[in-house]
Design a protein around this ligand. Sequence first.
Ligand code: SF4
Length: 313
Amino acid sequence: MLEVRDIKKTFSKGLVHKKYLRAVDGVSFTIGEKETFGLVGESGCGKTTVGRLILRLMEPDAGDVVFNGTNITGLNKPDLRKMRPKMQILFQDADSSLHPRMRIRESVAEPLKLYNLVPESDIEKKVVELLEMVGLQKEHLNRYPHELSGGQNQRVVLARVLALGPQFIVADEPTSALDVSVQAQILSLMNEMQQKYGFSCLFISHDLSVIRKMTSNMGVMYLGKLVETGRTEDVFETPKHPYTQALISAVRIAGSESLQKTSPIEGETPDPMNPPSGCKFHTRCPQKMDICERVEPEVVNVGNGQVACHLFE
Ligand code: SF4
């Protein structure tokens, strides 16, 4: 369904003394039909940039994204526009994803009109159907986003996304702005909608419990690199990369699965503008060897997953 091949993105900062940040540095993975693939890592590791590069909300510097056999990195704007309904994104902050001066009825009708998906005479009926599907009612039609709760607004955003009949959704921390009980409702609604519509999903989160609950396969990112991928249960039960091991054991010790609520790993995260040589994790790795400072590890197959660490070469 989706194949991401060696994508890269560097940002530059400063007018005179330019500094460069390799936000995404050669990331590759695949997502199967109806599969949810999780991407986890500390903030600033590049996971959100990966989501935007896949959807071409940002242009990658290198690499390919192949969606249903079409290389979308090479598509021109008209062809990309045709592809857009099939590839959608759910942002973290639902309130700012909705136009504050548009009533809910107009917000949900907008994508239907934009892509001429339903005859004008059927739009109202379709909007009500979509709202009911995400657990809202007719009475919400004339409300504005500020009159709804964060959870209700995230339901409206989901209705807008589903209106387009997507085959693939990037869910970028879609529940992290919500209370825990509302989070659980939205996550179970997403599961339900995935069963119904059969879309594939890239689920980005800093919350390990959410990744474990929502995904079947996952990847762990550190400073722009994917350091470990595999089946979610395997990664949690037998983490292989020292960074994954440190993440999992540190959140267990802290009693919180959110990487934002705890400082999970010993040592400072290196300056991403000036990353360490060799393995980027060597400044914090308890299993560091001489080679680690000099040579960047290759990605190797280990069991059903992949790891980038000299311990496995
Ligand atoms: Fe640690 Fe070396 Fe593996 Fe990097 S390559 S994670 S420094 S053992």
